[in-house]
Ligand binder design. Structure first.
Ligand code: ZN
Length: 254
């Protein structure tokens, strides 16, 4: 077997080599892979094959980088499940967001965390970042009078290939306030870069419009980008309702 063939095989290698340890066991000591000696590939019958430890390491790294808080894994419900299953196609499309509105305890954050968990640990893991909205605003508030540092920090936090913003608008922003500026900038950034966004918020579409001065503009973009992947937890916090544009005509400002 010639070198070029071997190299091509290596490049194309999707073969998964022997060990598949549980990759999500963060407590496990990282040791040098005994199959590839840390090279990331090994030679089998004269052909270089990518070692399973490479993907495993990437999953571990992406999962850790995503910054998810601890949560109890639950089965994903339809909008979240379909989002994960079709993520590559959705991510390439213009309208690639998903949003969960509703009360605390309705399980919306669990669904959102579950999406990030699934996508960062799948066969071809996705890089993701989790922002707890209140923390994010507070962090940026410290830089509000330093435009350069603010912009740097803002970009760094919002440019992940997949972004989860948990508890969006946890404090209703006052007109022309710093909080309002951050909310608008965040939505605008993801909208303009056409990057996937997962949003959870305790507010409802109606309240978002009624209570926040920029609510109508924010909601307009969220509805457009979610392409009907919007879940609103009912008052009793048991049922989830997938709302379509038609259903929501009285709420959505267009
Ligand atoms: Zn290995």
């Amino acid at each position: 077997m010639g070198l070029s063939t071997t190299f091509r095989d290596f490049q194309n290698a999707n073969d998964v080599a022997p060990p598949t340890k549980a990759f999500d066991d963060a407590s496990e000591e990282s040791t040098v892979c005994k199959y590839c000696d840390g090279d990331g590939y090994f030679i089998e019958n004269g052909v270089a094959k990518r070692c399973a430890c490479v993907v495993e390491e990437r999953r571990k790294r992406y999962r850790a980088e995503a910054g998810l808080p601890y949560f109890e894994r639950r089965e994903l419900e339809p909008p979240a499940r379909e989002y994960v299953a079709n993520f590559d196609k959705i991510a390439r499309s213009r309208r690639n967001w998903i949003a969960f509105f509703g009360k605390t305890g309705s399980g919306k954050s669990t669904q959102a965390f579950g999406i990030v968990d699934a996508l960062t640990t799948r066969e071809r893991p996705v890089r993701a970042q989790t922002l707890l909205y209140g923390d994010f605003v507070r962090r940026l508030a410290a830089l509000r009078y330093d435009a350069v540092e603010f912009e740097k920090s803002f970009r760094k936090a919002t440019n992940a290939p997949l972004l989860l913003v948990d508890d969006f608008l946890d404090v209703v922003p006052k007109a022309n306030s710093f909080e309002e500026h951050v909310a608008q900038a965040l939505i605008k950034r993801r909208y303009e870069t056409r990057l996937p966004l997962i949003l959870t918020t305790e507010t409802t579409p109606r309240r978002m419009v009624a209570e926040s001065p920029c609510g109508e503009a924010l909601l307009g973009r969220i509805v457009e980008m979610c392409d009907a992947r919007i879940t609103i937890a009912e008052e009793n916090a048991v049922n989830h309702r997938l709302c379509s544009l038609a259903f929501n005509r009285d709420v959505i400002p267009y």
